[in-house]
Design a protein around this ligand. Structure first.
Ligand code: PEP
Ligand code: MN
Length: 290
């Protein structure tokens, strides 16, 4: 890939591992599942999610407090108050938290409260933001732009790494296409390609790709089978009442069932879920078979 040097894979087993906490890292043998609502709505909402999903187990919580909404009249997120909720749930349930940063002015405040800063699709090519995140001391979850090519996506990661932060995780979240039946089209071809191109870990967000909750479990299993290092999935204690992205939110019982259903898929590709043993002798990829 022309111009991308720092994020480019040098050997077939070259892989960056991005730690989220003392216990959880993205890019190793274990698949990482991040779950939570699109938007942080209240302390009790986040506590219910954390309490119910901790033993699923999920490894990190998500929840937006600064929300990029299509309409300026839609709820824009709880802001600092939402960050306080995340900080409190993070501590009480010992779960790392991931939340979106939309502006340079928010970096310091979010980095103080969260374990990972998400760059949303709409900001993937906000180059000033990417450069500033190069100076942040927290891992970055970089989501693919709504209509970004694989090359543009990789180069966006190169911006962050070349400005000083090597802790970058890529996230495929679906791209725009002609068919509105699904909200976006989950590009698993990009996941396969990115695994060849870059040593950075790759997550898949089936929620924003599908836009429909009944499609999410199948896409999640396909993503793990295809070599993703984990998933970020939207779920809510009362999905129909979600203030944003209600149609794609899983209920918490379905989220637990989804996590459990991933075990045989992970093992089939030489990975494991947190809290389970690695099935020995399962090759991880064709290079190891050779
Ligand atoms: C989100 O994670 O809630 C979100 C807004 O995602 P994306 O930037 O992928 O649309
Ligand atoms: Mn969302």
């Amino acid at each position: 890939m022309q111009g991308a040097t720092l994020v480019t894979k040098l050997t077939s087993d070259h892989k960056t591992i991005v730690p989220l906490s003392d216990l959880v890292s993205i890019g190793g043998a274990e698949i990482v599942i991040i779950g939570g609502p699109c938007t942080v709505e209240s302390l009790s909402q986040m506590e219910t999610v954390a309490r119910t999903l901790k033993s699923a187990p999920i490894q990190a919580l998500r929840g937006g407090v600064y929300k990029p909404r299509t309409s300026p009249y839609a709820f824009q997120g709880m802001g600092s108050e939402g960050l306080e909720i995340l900080a409190s749930v993070r501590q009480r349930y010992d779960l790392p938290v991931v939340t979106e940063v939309m502006a340079i002015s928010q970096i310091e405040e979010i980095a103080a409260a969260a374990d990972m800063l998400q760059v949303g699709s709409r900001n993937m090519q906000n180059f000033d933001l990417l450069k500033a995140l190069g100076q942040a001391k927290k891992p970055i979850l970089l989501k693919r732009g709504l209509a970004a090519t694989i090359e543009e996506f990789v180069m966006a990661a190169e911006y962050i790494v070349s400005h000083g932060n090597s802790q970058v995780v890529l996230c495929e979240r679906g791209i725009r296409s002609f068919d509105a039946y699904t909200r976006n089209v989950l590009d698993l071809g990009a996941v396969a390609a990115l695994r060849q191109i870059t040593h950075l870990p790759i997550l898949v967000d089936p929620s924003h790709a599908a836009g429909k909750r009944e499609l999410i479990a199948d896409l999640s299993r396909a993503a793990i089978a295809c070599g993703a290092d984990g998933l970020i999935v939207e779920c809510h204690p009362d999905p129909e009442q979600s203030v944003s992205d209600a149609r794609q939110a899983l209920c918490l019982a379905d989220m637990v069932a989804l996590v459990r259903s991933l075990k045989p898929i992970a093992e089939a590709v030489g990975r494991k879920l947190y809290g389970t043993e690695l099935a020995l002798s399962t090759p991880r990829n064709s290079e190891e078979i050779a």
